[in-house]
Design a protein around this ligand. Sequence first.
Ligand code: KG4
Ligand code: ZN
Length: 375
Amino acid sequence: MNILAIETSCDETSAAIVQDGRQVLASVIASQIEIHQKYGGVVPEVASRQHILYIAPVLQETIDQAGLSWDNIDAVAVTNGPGLAGALLVGVNAGKAIAFARQKPLVGINHLESHIYANWLIPPLLDDASAKSLEAPQFPLIALIVSGGHTEIVLMRGHGDYQLLGKTQDDAAGEAYDKVARVMGLGYPGGPLLEKAAVGGDPNRFPFARSWLKGTYDFSFSGLKTAVLRKAAEYQAPPPKPAPFSGNTPAPVRPNWVQQVPAGMGQRELPVADIAASFQQAVVEVLATKTVRAAEEFEAKQIIIAGGVAANKALRAAISERARPLDLTVTFPSPIFCTDNAAMVGAAAFFKLQADPNRMVDWSLDIRPNWELVH
Ligand code: KG4
Ligand code: ZN
């Protein structure tokens, strides 16, 4: 079964064709990073407008890349939440239009669920023999979802069966990376840039306090973020104030706390690599410890990591290292399928359709900007 999938929940316009939930026949991702970079974060209205410009060419390129015609598409899948309302609308309406024109089933997919299902995708460039022998994740499993908006530990006993074990009480892991990177002037999006900046840094130089929230699988990263901010302030004056808002320029996205840096604290050179490495170690240690503990407690066969931060090598290494003595398999998507993409939407939709093969098109499908995967 070939599923044409669409993802427009944030700042990537993406379409893909996925065969039988695992084989990616085509994947196109049009990134808007350069456009949002100058504002230091995603400007929702700008994102919606870019999706409108990109969606048709991205869809056509996806069909061309797969070497298929529209007749070869068996179903359409689209992310309908959570995410930016205007951005989601573009994808949902494109999906509805195609499903209506081709008279195919249309499946709405939760964005977090799709991040989880990125772990079912066969990595690109794998030879046929290795691809065929690559096993799908085994249940029960523990999924750690770490993205820009979410940080959750979820127990899955089967397809579509989610039990929330814990989640962040404040910032998401990716959000903490982005904010700390901004304080250190590393740019946007902060996660990959901070990871790069941490290379060669001493992760033990600044022993930032870990927020363990003992006895729970919950997380908290805002205290750590503030600790890094204070440390940076000891070295440097605050970043320049944003330019005054004028005319049609969208207001820069800057959280208030950035301006709370005590002014004139000193001008010593910021030890960027050491701060980045110390921050990263504090984040990764808590994420890895709690994820592996959950896998032990619930006797999981496997751990899967999902979301943009799953691309982080330090996180991959920390979880793999802690899982090794327990003989637990740990799976991460290919980096290209960790951050937002449509292929993962096609994978999630396949397993939904398998569970409900007579599914009809639900024309009332609507966006759900605040949709939680599990409560
Ligand atoms: O899943 P995603 O693409 O979008 C959301 O659903 O939020 O995740 C984006 C987040 C951003 O916060 C980004 O900084 C972070 O994932 N991220 C990383 C890395 N790559 C992306 N964080 C740490 N290390 C990375 N290599
Ligand atoms: Zn995402």
